[in-house]
Every structure is written in C-alpha cells, then in structure tokens.
Ligand binder design. Structure first.
Ligand code: FES
Length: 160
C-alpha cells in the first residue's frame, strides 16, 4: 500500500512542466495554462501558482488576481460533504479519470467547485493512502474502495 502523499507527484510535475512549456511564450499563456491544468487537476495549490509565476516571470499575487478576475479561480464555498477523487498513479492507471468524469457528470461541477445546493464540494487529490483498493474516493473521512463509474450515483445518494 502506498502511504506516500507525494505518490505520483513526479509524473504530475512532468506533465505540468510540459504544459508550462506549451503555453509559456503564447498570448494568453497564463490563462490557457490554468484552464488546461484545472480541467484535470482542479483548483491549483500554491506550489503550482508558484511554478507558474516562475515560468511566466510574474508575481504570484499578480497571477492569483488575474485568475480571480477572470473567474477561472473561484473562492470555493465548502460543501456539506467533501468528495476527494484520488488521481495518484495507481488510481489513475485503474480508471480514476473515468470515475472523476462520472462524479462531474452526476454533480454538474468541475473539480474545485461546489454544487449549487451547497451539498458537495468536489476535488482531486494525490494518493489517499489506499492504493491497493484503487480507484479510491474519500467522502468526508470515509474511503470508498474500488470505485467504478457505475457506483458513483449510489455513493452520492448515500450522502444526500
Ligand atoms: S494512488 Fe494511492 S490511493 Fe490512489
């Protein structure tokens, strides 16, 4: 079982570096980088904002202001229930992307957003420490093992 909270981080960092290189000297590069990043990973943590600030030669606060003013980054309202989808390497290889897609479809939100009724906040995380049971999803403090897209609806219903 992987209990390393950095599980899969190297692969993710490589992907992010590729994305930064792709958008670096392009018009609208900062916004396009974050749009593409958030489609997969949700709201960026501060280390990603820092990486982007270095790559685009901007201040971190300047980047955050830009993201908020363009409504790309939202001050997420915490939902009643927090759903964390593991996108660590093991879960990813076992189909976590499809599980995430199913949650987005059922809830009508993207990672980093809260449902309109305030019930669910959806996020993507790296390794929940339950790799042997992936794809793993955590709702509040409860781990759901071996989640497949067809189980998503009943998981959501059990918290409604
Ligand atoms: S990769 Fe470890 S729980 Fe998903």
């Amino acid at each position: 079982m992987c209990i390393d909270s950095n599980c899969g981080r190297k692969e993710v960092d490589t992907k992010i570096d590729e994305l930064l290189t792709k958008h670096k000297n392009q018009p609208g590069g900062v916004l396009n980088f974050f749009r593409e990043y958030m489609k997969v990973y949700g709201n960026p943590p501060s280390r990603i904002i820092n990486k982007a600030a270095v790559a685009f030669d901007r201040e971190e606060t300047e980047i955050e202001d830009l993201l908020y003013s363009c409504n790309i980054l939202r001050h997420a309202t915490p939902g009643v229930h927090r759903i964390s989808i593991c996108m660590g390497t093991t879960c990813y290889l076992r189909g976590a992307q499809q599980v995430l897609k199913a949650f987005c479809g059922e809830l009508g939100v993207s990672p980093g957003e809260t449902t309109a009724d305030g019930q669910f906040y959806l996020e993507v995380v790296r390794c929940l420490g339950a790799c042997d049971f992936g794809p793993s999803v955590m709702v509040d403090n409860e781990i759901h093992p071996r989640v497949s897209p067809d189980k998503v609806s009943s998981i959501i219903k059990s918290y409604s």
